[in-house]
Structure formats: structure tokens, C-alpha cells
Design a protein around this ligand. Structure first.
Ligand code: MG
Length: 498
């Protein structure tokens, strides 16, 4: 390796250290920090991010990258891929002036406060002008980049490198009518029971049961831990320290199990990345959608499947005999897969979830290209809810104001959730071709072959391949909803006797 490459790795390693130190502070903020610590923590995080940014966007890094692009032109090699990814990040970072970043951060803080109040009072008009400001800044952000096919491409690229708006629209366009008709068929079928999911369960026992499941999945607790926090999330400090958080909600106590499975899916991805990529631009998962494909797979394709509960249900019943008294495994399986159109995205089931995302994508594109005026958002939101899910939100809090994302100026993020679902089903079809008796293994509580498959085909590559290229490489096609439609149709055919 050349001296220049070594120098590049030295700087980029320090940039990574700063980012991951910030993650430790962020984790602590959610898990341990007393409320009084907020202001100082905000300053500490801003300082770390400023130092990292200055280090990364220095002229020295620019010169090194120019030379190294020539020295390592082949991005199939690890070195070439590191240079390619770093050069892309460098180009983006250089285009956006630091004053703009600061302006956006201030606007986001104000907008967040307005959003909190608006949501409390369920009154969109309180949030409207702050959101207008955020959208204006997002448009300014787009203007720093060369013209794209669609202005929204610039935003999407920050979450799904290389992905185009037109591609997402096509994927969703194919999916939408099929999912709408499936939801309609389910609504006309005999409804399933799930009252046993809302009884009183002992928190410690549920927590321990969740940890038992994810240990069996292969989440390595010697390189991870699970703590309590207001929201479940996964965070990475190094390949050997990948943590998750979880919560317990008395109203839906077993949700803790599914959150543990979800976050462990994210965490196993991070634990499985090639250790040689540590402190380089290839560390971490390749995109939000691919990350979400891993969490959704363990949560839904594994964790809400019948074979899975054929293994775990007897023990669950032994742990909670009174709550599950008289509940058969079939009834339990149907209960955890109950479909019900609902107002709130984060509580949505597998059949309706993507509709919430499609709605948001259409609104975001409209906001960015000017097709939708911000003041009309609540009304358009409600119209689309009626069209897609057949229900009308009773107020703004349960409609347009429910998500935090727009308050901090994040536009372009939402579609990655649905893309993750779609990719999980594509991978699942491929896995079932390669592991013929996967259901049988899951029924026995054996997950190592599945986990190793994911490690070999997806995890170990980290950031080396862009999401579309990785999905193509593993499944033979780009991101496409057909497998997901087959999965949903089969599953809900079973559950609802369609
Ligand atoms: Mg997730």
C-alpha cells in the first residue's frame, strides 16, 4: 500500500473515531443521561461533528483522493471501493457550505419545537411556517448539486446511494394496486382474535424471553448489549461493540419481543461486517433500505412465521400460562399477524405498512417539486388515507403531524422503510432456494445457517456495494416488489383464509 493510501487511512480513521465517539454520546443521551444534561450534550455533539467535518473536507484529503482515484481505479478491490465511497462523500460534503449546515440546524431546532406544540394541540397551522422554512432549505440544499433527473433524487441519494426517484416510483407503482386489493380482501374476511396480546405480562420475563430469542438468532452479547430506552434503536461503536435498545409498553407487552428481533437484525448486520473495514468508509451497512431488510427479515419473515412459533410457543406458554391459557398456536400465529388499517405508521401491520410510506413519498415529492403547497398537506394526507386504507384521521395529530422526520428537515428518508420490506422478501426467496429445509431448521430453533448465509452474501460487504448493486448481485434482480407481493399473498391467504 502506498504512503498516500496510508495517510488517507490515517485521516479517515480519525474521522470514523470522531463519528463513533459521537454515537457513544448519543446512546448515552437516550439510555442514561439525566434530563439536565441535554444542553451540554448538544454542544459536545456539535463540536465533534464540526471537527470531523473539518478533518474530512480538508484540502489534503481532496488532493489524496484525486491521486488515489488514479492509483486504485478498480472499485471491485477493497481499496478502490474505499476511495470511491470516500470521494463521493467528500464531493457531497464540499458542495454544502458550513454556514448552510448551521442555518439548517437552527431551523430544525425551531421547527422541532413548533412540531411538538402542534402535535400536542393537534393543530397543523402551528407547524406550517416552520415546515415551509425546512422545505425551502431542502430546496436550497438540492441547488448545491448538479441538476438530477428529479430534484428529489438528490435527497434520496443521501439514504440510498445511487437510487433514483423514478425507480422508487416504479417499484411502488407496481406494488400499490396489489396491496390495496389485498387489504380490501382481508377487510371482508373473518377477523382474527388478539385479545391475549393485550393482557398484563411481566416485564422482566418478556425482556428475558426476547434476549433468549435473539441469542439463538446469533446476536453476539459478548460484542453487544440491550438496554432500555424510550425508542428501540441499534447503534454501532465498532464491529465488536454493537448495541441495541428496547422498551416495554404495558398496552402491547409482546411488542418488546418483536422489537428485540428487529433491532438484533440491524445489529447482526453490523456485527457481521468484514473487520478489515473498521475505521474506513466501508464500515457500516450500505444503506437504510438494506439495513431495514435485515431487521424486517428477523422480525417478520422469521419472527412472525408459523415455524418460528412452533419452536417458541410451547415455552412462551410455559412462561405465561394464564395469559395464554386456551390459546392454540394457530390462534397465536393469527393474532400476531392481525391486519387492521390504522392511522399511525409505527403501529401498522405488515399488510398496511407500505401504504403509509407511499403516501409520505408522494407528499414529499410534491413538496419538493412544488406540486403540493404546505398549507394543503393535512387535507391531501387525509384524502390519501381514505384512498389507500379506507379510514380518515380524526385530527392532525393522528394524521399529518404524527412523524418527527419533517420537523428536523429530513425529507427523502421514508421510502427506505418500504424498500427494506421489499428487499427482505427478495432475499428470502433466494435464501429458500439455497437452504432447502429452512422452515424445518427454524422449527427446531436453528438459525445458524440462515445467519451465515446473510453474513456471507450481505453483511460482510459493509459499504462496498451500493444497494441496487448488492441486491442485484445476491438475488439476480434489482429491487422489485414481486417477491414481497407473493410473500404477503401467501401469508395472509393462510391467516385470513383468502
Ligand atoms: Mg429499523
Amino acid at each position: 500500500m502506498s504512503d498516500k493510501f496510508n495517510r488517507f487511512k490515517e485521516i479517515i480513521g480519525e474521522v470514523s473515531d470522531l463519528g463513533r465517539a459521537a454515537s457513544v454520546l448519543g446512546w448515552d443521551q437516550q439510555v442514561n443521561m439525566p434530563p439536565g444534561g441535554g444542553e451540554a450534550r448538544g454542544q459536545q455533539l456539535a463540536t465533534l461533528s464540526k471537527i470531523a467535518q473539518e478533518k474530512f473536507t480538508s484540502d489534503e484529503v481532496g488532493r489524496l483522493l484525486e491521486d488515489l482515484k488514479k492509483e486504485y481505479p478498480d472499485s471491485e478491490t477493497d481499496e478502490g471501493a474505499m476511495i470511491r465511497v470516500a470521494a463521493r462523500n467528500y464531493d457531497k460534503a464540499k458542495r454544502v457550505p458550513p454556514e448552510f449546515v448551521a442555518e439548517q440546524a437552527i431551523a430544525a431546532t425551531k421547527a422541532f419545537e413548533a412540531w411538538v406544540e402542534a402535535r400536542q394541540k393537534s393543530d397543523f397551522s402551528i407547524f406550517q411556517s416552520a415546515l415551509e422554512k425546512n422545505v425551502e432549505l431542502v430546496k436550497k440544499y438540492i441547488s448545491f448539486f448538479p441538476p438530477a433527473d428529479h430534484p428529489y433524487d438528490v435527497l434520496l441519494d443521501d439514504y440510498e446511494p445511487g437510487m433514483k426517484t423514478a425507480e422508487v416510483q416504479e417499484i411502488f407503482g407496481n406494488l400499490r394496486p396489489k396491496q390495496v386489493s389485498l387489504i380490501k380482501a382481508i377487510s371482508e374476511a373473518r377477523q382474527v382474535k388478539d385479545d391475549f396480546l393485550h393482557k398484563k405480562y411481566n416485564e422482566q420475563k418478556v425482556w428475558a424471553f426476547g434476549e433468549k430469542i435473539i441469542s439463538k438468532f446469533g446476536y453476539d452479547f459478548s460484542r453487544g448489549r440491550q438496554d432500555k430506552a424510550p425508542h428501540p434503536f441499534e447503534t454501532t461503536f465498532s464491529v465488536n461493540d454493537v448495541r441495541i435498545t428496547n422498551r416495554f409498553e404495558p398496552g402491547s407487552p409482546l411488542a418488546t419481543l418483536f422489537s428485540a428481533m428487529h433491532e438484533s437484525g440491524h445489529a447482526m448486520y453490523e456485527q457481521g461486517i468484514n473487520p478489515a473495514y473498521e475505521r474506513t468508509p466501508l464500515e457500516g451497512g450500505t444503506s437504510l433500505a438494506v439495513h431495514e431488510s435485515q431487521s424486517r427479515m428477523w422480525e417478520n419473515l422469521v419472527g412472525r412465521s408459523l415455524p418460528f412459533w412452533e419452536h417458541f410457543f410451547p415455552e412462551l406458554k410455559k412462561t405465561f400460562p394464564s395469559q395464554l391459557d386456551g390459546v392454540s398456536i394457530k390462534t397465536f400465529y393469527k393474532g400476531i399477524n392481525k391486519v387492521e388499517p390504522s392511522f399511525i405508521r409505527v403501529n401498522a401491520d405488515e399488510a398496511t405498512y407500505n401504504m403509509h410510506i407511499m403516501l409520505r413519498l408522494e407528499l414529499e415529492i410534491g413538496m419538493v417539486d412544488g406540486g403540493i403547497a404546505i398549507k394543503d398537506l393535512p387535507e391531501i394526507w387525509n384524502e390519501k388515507m381514505r384512498e389507500y386504507l379506507g379510514i380518515t384521521p380524526p385530527n392532525d395529530a393522528q394524521g399529518v403531524l404524527q412523524d418527527i422526520h419533517w420537523s428536523y428537515g429530513s425529507i427523502g428518508y421514508f421510502s427506505t422503510y418500504a424498500l427494506g420490506n421489499i428487499v427482505s422478501a427478495q432475499l428470502w426467496e433466494r435464501i429458500n432456494k439455497d437452504i432447502k429445509n429452512l422452515d424445518e431448521q427454524i422449527r427446531k430453533g436453528q438459525f445458524s445457517e440462515l445467519r451465515e448465509w446473510l453474513r456471507e452474501k450481505v453483511h460482510k460487504y459493509g459499504h462496498k456495494y451500493d444497494p441496487q448493486d448488492l441486491v442485484q448481485k445476491v438475488t439476480g434482480s434489482k429491487i422489485d416488489s414481486a417477491a414481497y407481493v407473493r410473500y404477503l399473498t401467501k401469508k395472509y391467504g393462510d391467516v385470513y383464509g383468502l
